[in-house]
Ligand binder design. Sequence first.
Ligand code: SRM
Ligand code: SF4
Length: 599
Amino acid sequence: MSKASVEEIKLESQGLRGEIAENFADAALTHVDESENVLLKFHGSYQQDDRDLRAALTKEKKEKAWSFMVRSKMPGGRISAQQWLIHHDLCVLSEGSLRLTNRQGIQLHGVLKGNLKAVIAGICHSGLTTMGACGDVVRNTMAPAAPIKDAARLDAQLLSEEISQRFLWRSSAYADIWLDGEKIDLDWAEVDVNPDVRAKTIAKDEMAAEDPIYGKLYLPRKFKVGIAIEPQNDVDVFSQDLGFIPHMVDGNVEGYTVTVGGGFGMSHGQLNTRPFLAQPLFYVKRENVVDAAEAIVTTQRDHGNRTERKNARMKYTVQTMGIDGFRAEVVSRLPGIETFPAKPLNFATVEDNLGWFEQGDGKLFCAVYISMGRLTNREEGGPQYLDAFNEIARDLGLPFVVTPNTNLIIAEVAPEQKAAVDAILAKHQVPHADGMTATRRVAHACVALPTCGLSLSESERALPGVLDEFDTILRELGLENDPILVRMTGCPNGCGRPYNADFGFVGRAPNKYALFVGGSIAGDRLAGLEQKVVIRGDISATVRPYLEAYKAERTAGETFSAWFGRTRQNGEAPTPEQFHIELTERAAKLAGAKADEAG
Ligand code: SRM
Ligand code: SF4
């Protein structure tokens, strides 16, 4: 679909309504038109087909095995026990698993067309929403996962809810199509939510003729917001279009440093597309933060590229305008609001802290490792994830938090409930992360096959096996406790955030990955393309020399990221421009060269 046509579909959609309702009313249709699929994304769903079956069905001249992915949106990943139970029950209308996403949402896959309305309505009745989970709008706002009750974290969560509320799209289409026009109060979470900012599905009486922020064309492209608290960068703030980092004065949040222009999508070999890390824009006082967000979003709305979707993300707008030009434009949209120079930022890790911790209010939380974020009941002794969390929600009434590394936190645990939580986890064979290598604990893969229509290779189904191989080498070298960030994606779109990892595997064909090395466990440095093609079977042999060199050359306590920066990058992280030159030169050098030549 050409870019112009997406813009046209939005323009003519009458508030993102299109003919979705008509398509869904027609039970004879197994799937929807492509233009309705474009609009459906704004409602939080993607039409997909089972790629495992595609070739056989094509051969048999049968139509694709169509279904829908549904994405729930939860600012800061917060979900109450009741909301969890509803999601759990909705599994029966899907292929049977819940997939935690690395933007702290939840996806159901394999929902048949006839069940989509029930699933979306069910999620809304739980008090969450799918509205704006996908599409050219502000997506789920990320916030630090750990439910620690300190001023910084409480404010970060509150801010994520304020941003979510401000940037919901305004049209009755959502309620009309999925909820029979009914208005539903959305209760984002039960954990420390300020009642004043509880979001609402937009009802008819709140309708504007045209969306007050998005207009008729919405944004040129998806838009992602994350809030991080130093030194833990769990939300990967530099990968976000828009990031916020709080600054504390006398124990309270005085304001936030604002970063702009991060984003990871790129296309192999298309040198006008590439990942960027966000740059500091300015610092604003707390009371002005959401207005500053709106000024940035509307700057992107008005200046983003609407003719070429590949270059439509805000990262390109920032590059085109220059950070100073972009800042000047944003500031001009903030009359009467003072902005200040950004504060220095210092992050140490993108990891989740797994295991039991105190919340600071007498209660505890337990962060549980979930392999690739996929919650199923594994057979034959594997973890019964679905049963375990269902039981914890149902019998103990405890809420959860989805982390940006697709793990799950059991929150608000009273000390006397700890033993019961541990017993349920043990009963359902949910492993504690204690014995795992530090690399496995932080690794992530995007969904890819069989549901993702864009995947070029396996990712979620491949990384566990790759990690087995990493584990063998790491244990052999005595590096099992060194956090080395390994991320994988099934295509260059970068959903698994591979471009700032120590090792990023980016799918380019079945069993073939481009290898990026040299990002940072802190999430603040881009990796460079090291090898254009690594065959799946050669991954061990390819990474071993790096790990051996790290083992031999590292100084006491030096992380892999720090070692790589010191020895391979002259102690300097590559700037985005250097990364681009690297990629360009290497890509040129590699053109026509042997597939396994190092770039
Ligand atoms: Fe993503 C598209 C899955 C986080 C960059 N992403 C997709 C789609 C919807 C495929 C499609 O367009 O048909 C994937 C659905 C697969 C499936 O079957 O479920 C998909 N993305 C995911 C998730 C589920 C991966 C995961 O392992 O958790 C994440 C959902 C997050 C959420 O709850 O909203 C997910 N996607 C990301 C991230 C990471 C992040 O946001 O922190 C990125 C890189 C950061 C960025 O946006 O730059 C990311 N996804 C993309 C892109 C490339 C965007 C670009 O600027 O070029 C696409 C393709 C597109 O938009 O055209 C994409
Ligand atoms: Fe699909 Fe590519 Fe995203 Fe993986 S990175 S989920 S393959 S779009």
